[in-house]
Structures are given as C-alpha cells and as structure tokens.
Design a protein around this ligand. Sequence first.
Ligand code: UDP
Ligand code: MG
Length: 315
Amino acid sequence: MGDKIISIVVSVYNEEESLDKFYKETLLVLEGLTWDYELVFVNDGSVDKSRTMLDAFAHENKKVKVINFSRNFGHEAAMIAGIDYAKGDCIVCMDADLQHPPQSIPQIIKKFEEGYEIVSMVRSSRADGGYIKKITSAFFYKILNMLSPIKFERNASDFFAISNKVAHVLRTNYREQVRYLRGFVQSVGFKKATLAYDAQSRVAGESKYNIRKLIQFSVTTICSFSDMPLKLGIYSGLFVALFGVVLMIYTIIQKFVHDAPGGYSTIIVAMCFMFAILLGVIGIIGQYISVLFIEIKKRPMYIIDETKNMNDSLN
Ligand code: UDP
Ligand code: MG
C-alpha cells in the first residue's frame, strides 16, 4: 500500500436497498488501488436498516468509518461532516445509490497524481430524471450564472474530489448555513480538472429530492452567491418612474386633445402594476433577511449521535 490515503465520503439516507451493492462494488475498486483508503459513511438520520448495515460494515472492516447524525440534516450537511472528519490526501464525495460509479476512482487518483487539487465529475448523460429535470436544471444554471459573479459548471454533480488543502479551506471558512457546497468547491480556485462519467440509474429506492426541495435549493443557492436580486428594487423603481412619466404625458395629451383625463381603469391598472413590483421587491428583501436570520443564529450544521472506527476527534 502507498503512503497516500483516499477518503471516500458517502452520504446515506434510507439506502438499505442499495448499500450492500454499493459497499461491495466500491470495496472492490478500493482494494485494487495503489493508495490506501478509508470509507466514511455519513448516516443522515436514516430510519430504515441503513444504520445497522453500516455498523456491520464498520465492524468487519476498520477502514470503514461511520458518522451517525442525530436526525436528518440533508445531503450537503452529510457531505460537510464527511469532509470534516476525512483524513485522506484526496477526499471524494459520492452518493450511496451507485449513480456515481466507483469505477471512476482510479481516474480521479490519476488526476491527483498529476497535481490537480479539485476534480469535478461531470455528467455526460443522465440516465434518470428525463427531459423535465434536464430542462429545469439547464434553466437554473443559466439564471445562476447570469446573476452570480462566479461562473458555475453546468453539469457538475455532487460527485467531486478535493485535496486536503481544499478540504481545509472548507473546514475553516465556508461554514455557512445557507450554502451550495458544489458552488463553494468551484469557487475556491486551485488547480482544477474535470472528468466525465455516465450517470447511472439509481440501483434501488427513490430519489430523495422532490420539486419543492429543488425550488428551495435554487432560491437559497442564488441568495448565497448573488446580491443581484436585491438591486432589483432600484431597477424596478427606475422602470416604474419611467412608466409614470409616460403615463403623465399621455394623460396631459388626453386632457388637452380630448378634454378627458384617463379614467378609473387606468388608475386601477397602474396601482396593481406598482403594487406587484413593490410587493415583489419586499419579498426578495424578505428572502435575504431570512438568510441573515438563519446565519446569525449559528446553529450547528449537523449534530452527531455516534461515530464508529473514528478513534480521534475532529482534525
Ligand atoms: N441523502 C442524504 N440526506 C438527505 C437526502 C439524500 O444524505 O436528506 C443522500 C442519499 O442517500 C444519496 C445522496 O444523498 O446517497 C443523493 O440523494 P438522491 O439519490 O436522493 O438524490 P439524486 O441523486 O436523485 O439527486
Ligand atoms: Mg441519487
């Protein structure tokens, strides 16, 4: 075994149906590497048999480490905890449903040996999800890139690898509650490489993301990377002022030409229009205040119930 270690961080939430297969396939790849490995499972408050299964893996293999959360904290929190505890020179985050093929790990190691610090895995195809997911995600990235000063990779996934140096940056800075981990990884700089992979279908079980979560995720991501929407107030103010001037000129002309100023309906239309803009802007400000509110409380990103095979505390 070499002197370098690769840490595989796997977030697990009710994955009893895929865990066995994932563990077998991943272990097969890891055992064949020139690097040493550790497999860090983060159990994000699963309510099925996942926890007992993970404990059993940890029992038979000391290189398997388990972090059990006290409840469900979400996929990103799980990845963050894994990164916090991982000891490797290279840390790879992946899903437990085999949508991220462990067979890509040797290619990732090759990139690290070439001196890259971040390897983003880019989906070359999406087996799941269909057209609606494809179109909505393309639309989301378009808006995000339009609003944010940092440009994001469109097909980036939650499958990525970072060096210990990058992990250190994420551990010490970037402790935000309202966050977009993938975006953080893309925005820290360092020598980056991308590798393509074919996204597989889930081996078993259901996707845990529903449309409500996705919308919420899109809104918080935009809030965490861009203050552009906040400026909408100024722009819409200017726009409404311009609109007001046009309306004024029109009304004056009406008065002199037809001796009849605009009536009741004009007032109602103008009022509805302006209130819509006003309330919309207030809503956007509210969204940012909610981010401030969450951040200021500094609640923990995750709470750990118990760990397995993790003999020393946080590094
Ligand atoms: N996951 C998690 N916490 C959650 C939801 C999901 O740790 O609250 C894990 C899940 O077990 C899987 C990964 O995050 O390993 C990705 O979730 P999923 O496959 O449901 O998302 P999709 O691949 O459909 O985007
Ligand atoms: Mg998945």
